[in-house]
Every structure is written in structure tokens, then in C-alpha cells.
Design a binder for this molecule. Structure first.
Ligand SMILES: Cc1ncc(C[n+]2csc(CCOP(=O)(O)OP(=O)(O)O)c2C)c(N)n1
Length: 619
């Protein structure tokens, strides 16, 4: 039996002799490769925190102590060490383990994670509550250098000085977000990295002793060191020190002994302590070390070659957007592009290559990205801000306050809108329609296929107002290419004229509506099919006209019910006193779990067969 297999429950790791820990680290890396090569997931970040997580689990008691992972994509090792190793086979699968931390999954997970830059805030909350309750648990946050660039992290660092008790922040610095980390803070960490060697263990201990009340000073003088010389030894993290946060580092984040010494020392401090651990993203797997961005999040792959197992053919919505941006930028010099640390995910990488001066990676900083775009638009440029639906939630106030209130022509490319699949509830793009369509001045559109996505960007540039275009994860369809009525503000596209049942679908659901229409036709029902292109507007005239020949209106959308187009249609029908029934096909107001997109569509009744059955029940 391997060492990892002997860890059946949280805290079992403490039974393993210290000398065997490097072997355990090897076994964990093997297991990480095994799981992610089968299930997909976040590989490189987990390979980078193996030793940090081992050291933490040797010193913390679970579930009493609180370990908060930022983003949580690097929590697989923690899962393996807290009784979930066997269940890792189910990682990211329907009803299996989540790819992030979740207290509903284990009492060893201190917080829900998935979105970046919240860990220090949550840790401060735990530590402050501990002070108020008079309990003694340890509180540790693990955060990457990428996530440290996010605004909330800096708000938390600012607030940390107020904390009287201990909280430990491990800064896992691998010089990378998904791509290379960017900006002034990243440069500052870079300077520390290049100007010092690893701090030696003795000086960490010395620093810890210094902070033990009463005996610290005494022992310290015993080892003939002055406070100033210690400060100078540790001067590298002065920015943190000046903020009132004790800095320890840099240390080798792959040396279990060094991490353990640093932690032991850090736990003795009153107040916040930051341990700066240098790590290698992808550590121990050659392909991931060489290509950390590619191996940040992986689909199933061959461990021997590093190649993805089944690359699906066809263009994705993201790649259509990516090419369209090149075409638009060539024609219109005012176009600039902004990403919040996702040049690859959003497809803006090629724009960056071709137009480096017109491309801005602002770090994990969605709020800043949107307000920054407002400034650019106010100066006559045409910014396109590409942010996944789920991360755009961060920038809600900036969209309202900085962009829409001034009616600025910023274009929001809202990628991964709808069900995203295996990343689960923190990543589903199901709220944007609700929160965007209530904002005055903002035109919200959703394309039925790749060609319409391109047309929507052309069209958005002709409008002198803010526009959001929501499009899904996955491949574009060619099934609807023959329907190409020109875009006209707030006008829907009638794809098929019929009677009795009117299917009003948005985005990806238009293709499903067409298929449902075929099934109904086989039953002798000739349904009307409408492509609802403008989500913020109900075309009341059209609905009134159709109500003469249709008794059932079916709305079909991949969003949550509250704030959906379906709700807006229902109220328009009531307002106009129309005598028709409605069936709203959308997701219930729940946090949709992980699974494949197809599985989740089926579970929530959005697939062709389920929609057809629901309509038949209404007839
Ligand atoms: C608010 C938000 N924006 C974007 C992302 C997408 N994202 C996931 S991990 C990641 C990079 C994190 O880098 P870092 O914190 O340094 O961790 P590493 O993966 O390098 O260990 C990004 C941008 C996110 N999870 N949350």
C-alpha cells in the first residue's frame, strides 16, 4: 500500500514519518496526473502546491483550523489529504467531487471557492470571529500571485492591519496567473525574487522568536542580533511590512522543511503574516512546467505525450470572436481590447500579438477593466471588454455607474454565457441576463450561431451606446446559417411561420427550438419559431400580432428564471391583456452544479426531448 493510500481521513498525514514526505509528494503528483488526464481539470496549479499543502496538513488540525484557498483550483491535494482521495475519480463529474472547495462537500473546506482574490478577506473574517469568540483555531489563506493582483486582495491587505490576532497568508508565487502575471505588483514580487536568495531557516526562526512576547527580546539578544539587522535581513517584503503585515520570505515553496519552519514561526506572531513561497507552476511534469498556461486547465490527455485525447473539431464561439476582433481592428483604429487575465480563454491572444499597443491585460481585475474601458470610451475609443459571464458579476457596479449611466459605447463580449459544465456552480454563466437586462441604456444581445455573433459585433459598432453580447462555451452551429435577416434594433427574427405554438428562443436554444419544431411538426403541429436577438426588449407589437393565431408561447433560454426574457414576456402578455398561455423553459433559481453541459441540460429540462414533452403536456 502506498503512503497516499494510507491517508483515509483528515489528519492521517501526521502519522507518516517526516523522512517519507518526499515519497508522499511523488505519489500525490502521480495521482494528480492520473485524475486530471482522465477527468480534465486544473493540473499545473496543483502540481505547484504539493509541498505547501503537505506542510500545512502536518501542522493544521482539520476541521477545527481554517484553510482558505483562493480560487480553489489548487485544492486537489487538500482533497486527497482530507479523506477524498478515492472519490477523486469522480472529480468534476455529475454528482461527483467539485473541482473547487465547498463546505457542502467536506467540513475540511472552509469556503466556497472558484472566483479569485477573496481568500484574504474570508481569512480575516474567520480570524476576527475567532477573536470575538475567544477560540484558538489557526487561520491560513493560500493565494497565488495572480490572485493577489485582484482588487479585493488589496482591499483585504489594507484591512489586515486592523487584525490583532494571527492570520497567515501564504503567497504562492509562481510568476504566473494563467498567462504570465502582469502589472506593478507582479513586478514588485519579481524584484524580490531576483534580488534575494531564499531566506535561511535560522533567520525565519529568529524572526519568529522576536515576536514572542517577553522572551522574544531576551532570546534574540542572546543570539547577538539587533532588531535592525533582522529587519535588513528581511527587508525584501517592505511593502507588506509597511502595510502592517509581517513578511517572511522568500522561501522555497517546494522544500517541506522550509515551509514548515516558516509556518511554525508565522503562527507565533500577533497580527497578519505573509509567507512568500516561490514555486514552479506544473512542478514535476515536464510538459506542464514548459507550457504552464496550456496545462493550467486541461481536457483529458495522454500522460506520455501531453497531447489532448479527443480534440473536437469545429470552431468555438470564442474563436469566432477572436478572428472577428482582428478583422474589426484592422478596419477601425478606435478599437481596443481588454482582458482581465484571460488572453487565451477569451481568444484575445491573437489580437494581443497583432496589436500589442491596443491590447490591455489588466490582471484579475474585472472592476478595473470595466471602469478603465469607460475612460477609454470617454476619450473616443471603442473598447471591447471580454470577460466570462461569471466573472462579469464582479463588475456590476462599474457597468451601471461608469459605463451605462454615461451611455458610453463600450462593448462587453460576455463569453461562457449559459451552462459551462464541469467547473460547476461558481462558473456557470447563468446570471448575466438577469443582471444586465435591467440596466438602462444597455443593449443586450445573444446570437443563434457563429455568423450572427460576427454580425452582432459589426452592429454593436454602429450603435452609440453600451452593448453586451452574450455567447456560450462550445462550438458554433452551422445548422441555422440559412436564416440571416439583417439585425435591426429590438427586432426579433422569425425563423419559421406557423400557428398554435410559438417558440421564442434565445442564443443556443434557437437550434433546440428548431429541433423541437420538427418533432411537433411530426405530430401535426406547425410551430412558429422566433429567434429573440435582443434580450432586454420584448417586441410587444409582434407578440400581440402572434397572439391572434397562437394559444401557447414557449420561451426557451439558458439562464435562470428570475430576470429572464420569459418573465418579461409574461408581464408583457399580462400588461396587454392577451389571451394566451405561456411556458417558460429556463433554469430554476438554483446554483447549478457540475457535470457535462449535455447532462445538465437534460437534468434541468433544457434538452430537445424534455422541452418537447413539456410542450405536449400543455397542449
Ligand atoms: C474573478 C476571477 N477572474 C478570473 C478567474 C479565472 N482564473 C482562474 S485561476 C486564474 C489564475 C490564478 O493565478 P494565481 O492566483 O497566480 O494561481 P496559480 O494558478 O498560478 O497557482 C484565473 C485568472 C477567476 N477564477 N476569478
Amino acid at each position: 500500500m502506498g503512503l497516499l493510500d494510507s491517508i483515509k481521513n483528515a489528519n492521517d498525514i501526521k502519522k507518516i514519518p517526516e523522512k517519507d514526505l518526499p515519497v508522499l509528494a511523488e505519489e500525490i503528483r502521480k495521482r494528480l496526473l492520473e485524475i486530471t488526464s482522465q477527468n480534465g481539470g486544473h493540473l499545473a496549479s496543483n502540481l505547484g502546491v504539493v509541498e505547501i499543502t503537505i506542510a500545512l496538513h502536518r501542522l493544521l488540525d482539520f476541521p477545527e483550523d481554517k484553510l482558505i484557498f483562493d480560487v480553489g483550483h489548487q485544492s486537489y491535494v487538500h482533497k486527497m489529504l482530507t479523506g477524498r482521495n478515492e472519490a477523486m475519480e469522480t472529480l468534476r463529474k455529475l454528482d461527483g467531487l467539485s473541482g473547487f472547495t465547498d463546505p457542502n462537500e467536506s467540513d475540511c473546506d472552509a469556503s466556497i471557492s472558484g472566483h479569485a482574490s477573496n481568500a484574504i478577506s474570508i481569512a480575516l473574517g474567520y480570524a476576527t470571529a475567532r477573536e470575538l469568540k475567544g477560540t484558538y483555531e489557526k487561520v491560513v489563506a493560500v493565494i497565488g500571485d495572480g490572485s493577489l493582483t485582484g482588487g479585493m486582495s488589496n482591499e483585504a491587505l489594507n484591512n489586515a492591519a486592523n487584525l490583532k490576532g494571527n492570520v497567515v497568508i501564504i503567497l504562492n508565487d509562481n510568476e504566473r496567473s494563467i498567462s504570465a502575471n502582469v502589472g506593478g505588483l507582479a513586478n514588485y514580487l519579481g524584484k524580490i525574487r531576483t534580488s534575494t536568495k531564499y531566506i535561511n531557516t535560522k533567520s525565519i526562526i529568529r524572526k519568529g522568536l522576536e515576536h514572542i512576547p517577553f522572551i522574544g527580546e531576551h532570546i534574540k539578544s542572546g543570539i547577538h542580533t539587533t532588531k535592525e539587522s533582522i529587519k535588513r535581513l528581511l527587508v525584501e517584503g517592505m511593502m507588506f511590512e509597511d502595510l502592517g503585515i509581517t513578511y517572511i520570505g522568500p522561501i522555497d515553496g517546494h522544500d517541506i522543511e522550509q515551509i514548515t519552519d516558516a509556518l511554525n514561526s508565522a503562527f507565533r506572531f500577533e497580527g497578519p503574516v505573509l509567507i512568500h513561497a516561490l514555486t514552479v507552476k506544473g512542478k514535476g511534469y515536464e510538459y506542464a512546467e514548459k507550457h504552464p498556461a496550456q496545462f493550467h486547465g486541461v481536457n483529458p490527455f495522454d500522460i506520455e505525450t501531453g497531447d489532448e485525447l479527443s480534440k473536437s473539431s469545429g470552431k468555438s464561439y470564442t474563436s469566432v470572436f477572436s478572428s472577428k476582433m482582428l478583422e474589426l481592428a484592422e478596419k477601425d483604429k478606435r478599437i481596443v481590447a481588454i482582458t482581465a487575465a484571460m488572453p487565451f480563454g477569451t481568444g484575445l491572444y491573437y489580437f494581443h500579438k497583432k496589436y500589442p499597443d491596443r491590447f490591455f491585460d489588466v490582471g484579475i481585475a474585472e472592476e478595473h477593466a470595466v471602469a478603465f474601458a469607460a475612460g477609454l470610451a470617454s476619450s473616443g475609443l471603442r473598447p471591447v471588454v471580454a470577460i466570462y459571464s461569471t466573472f462579469l458579476q464582479r463588475a456590476y457596479d462599474q457597468i451601471i455607474h461608469d459605463v451605462c449611466m454615461s451611455n458610453l459605447p463600450v462593448i462587453f463580449a460576455v463569453d461562457r454565457a449559459g451552462i459551462v459544465g464541469n467547473d460547476g456552480k461558481t462558473h456557470q454563466g447563468l446570471f448575466d441576463e438577469s443582471f444586465l437586462t435591467s440596466i438602462p441604456n444597455l443593449v443586450v444581445m445573444s446570437p443563434k450561431n457563429g455568423r450572427e455573433l460576427e454580425e452582432m459585433f459589426d452592429y454593436a459598432l454602429t450603435l452609440n451606446c453600451p452593448v453586451a453580447i452574450r455567447y456560450p462555451r462550445g462550438k458554433v452551429t452551422n445548422a441555422l446559417d440559412e436564416y440571416d435577416a439583417p439585425l435591426e434594433l429590438n427586432k426579433d427574427e422569425i425563423i419559421r411561420h406557423g400557428s398554435e405554438v410559438c417558440l421564442m428562443a434565445t442564443g443556443v436554444m434557437v437550434e433546440t427550438a428548431l429541433k423541437v419544431g420538427e418533432k411537433l411538426r411530426a405530430d401535426g403541429i406547425n410551430a412558429t419559431i422566433v429567434n429573440v436577438r435582443f434580450l432586454s426588449h420584448v417586441n410587444e407589437e409582434l407578440v400581440e400580432q402572434l397572439s391572434n393565431s397562437h394559444k401557447l408561447f414557449v420561451t426557451m433560454e439558458e439562464v435562470i428564471e428570475h430576470g429572464s426574457y420569459g418573465e418579461r414576456l409574461n408581464s408583457a402578455i399580462i400588461k396587454n391583456g392577451l389571451n394566451v398561455k405561456t411556458l417558460n423553459v429556463s433554469l430554476p433559481n438554483v446554483f447549478v452544479e457540475h457535470g457535462t453541459i449535455a447532462e445538465l441540460r437534460q437534468r434541468y429540462g433544457l434538452d430537445e426531448e424534455s422541452v418537447y414533452q413539456r410542450i405536449k403536456k400543455q397542449m
